[in-house]
Design a protein around this ligand. Structure first.
Ligand code: PEP
Length: 245
């Protein structure tokens, strides 16, 4: 399947940083993978306009489970779509930690995203203490069971990102064997849940992916791309990751 390089700008970037997007488009006019950038919502429609007609798609970093209403500061999946988004990241560990997001809320958001016509990128991952205690697969299994939507009519619209919390922004990564073990486990879990169609759901690895380790991570079975934080902020680094896919 075609791989996906997804960049998460988190709470970084102003209009001046859109030059990085233009540089990425110019340097990689026909990438060998799908390319997605998820900027802060303040930049979403401007980035979508800039990327129109290019290989770069844009996405949100969160959405509310409801379509509209009295939810100050929130944004709905329909609004993201209206602003030009194709995807939305859901259940990122920073949202789970900063905003107390539960698996049940992530699931409700994922269902709203699919209903609106967005591709949902649902994040799961263990804490370092859970890995040290040998609980990684149990933690991931429980997150998958409770965070994923009930029904996924089109397998292309559900992406799962495995992001060990201790690897995000730290420069540390699991071994390739550990990445492969978790990705194989996720594949088996989603096949058990959704049937053979889940073979076509993309599984991203996220956590300190950079140009120097991208190729070896992408070679691991069931790694269908990456969710990239810090290294997605510049065209040079993200372009090198795109080129490695
Ligand atoms: C992320 O925020 O999803 C992430 C993986 O960050 P980083 O690449 O900076 O570790």
């Amino acid at each position: 399947m075609r791989k996906l390089a997804a960049g998460n700008w988190k709470m970084n970037g102003t209009a001046a940083d859109l030059v990085q997007v233009q540089a990425l488009i110019t340097a990689h006019p026909a990438p060998g993978c799908d390319v997605l950038l998820c900027p802060p919502v303040s930049l979403l429609s401007r980035m979508a306009d800039l990327a129109a007609g290019s290989a770069v798609q844009v996405g949100g970093q969160d959405c509310h489970p409801q379509g509209s209403g009295a939810h100050t500061g929130d944004i709905s999946a329909q609004m993201l779509l209206d602003a030009g988004a194709h995807h939305v990241i859901l259940g990122h560990s920073e949202r789970r930690a900063d905003h107390g997001e539960t698996d049940a809320l992530v699931r409700a958001k994922a269902q709203a995203a699919l209903a609106a016509g967005l591709c949902a990128i649902v994040c799961v991952g263990e804490l370092e203490s859970q890995r040290d205690a040998g609980q990684t697969l149990a933690v991931i299994g429980a997150q998958l069971a409770a965070s994923l939507p009930d029904a996924v009519p089109d397998a292309a619209n559900l992406v799962i990102a495995y992001e060990p919390v201790w690897a995000i922004g730290t420069g540390r990564t699991p071994t390739l064997t550990e990445v492969g073990e978790v990705h194989a486990f996720i594949r088996a879990a989603i096949i058990a849940r959704y049937g053979e169609a889940a073979q076509a759901m993309r599984l991203l690895y996220g956590g300190s992916v950079k140009p120097s380790n991208a190729a070896e991570i992408f070679a691991v079975p069931h790694v269908d791309g990456a969710l990239v934080g810090g290294a997605s902020l510049t065209a040079a680094d993200f372009g090198a990751i795109v080129a490695a896919l």
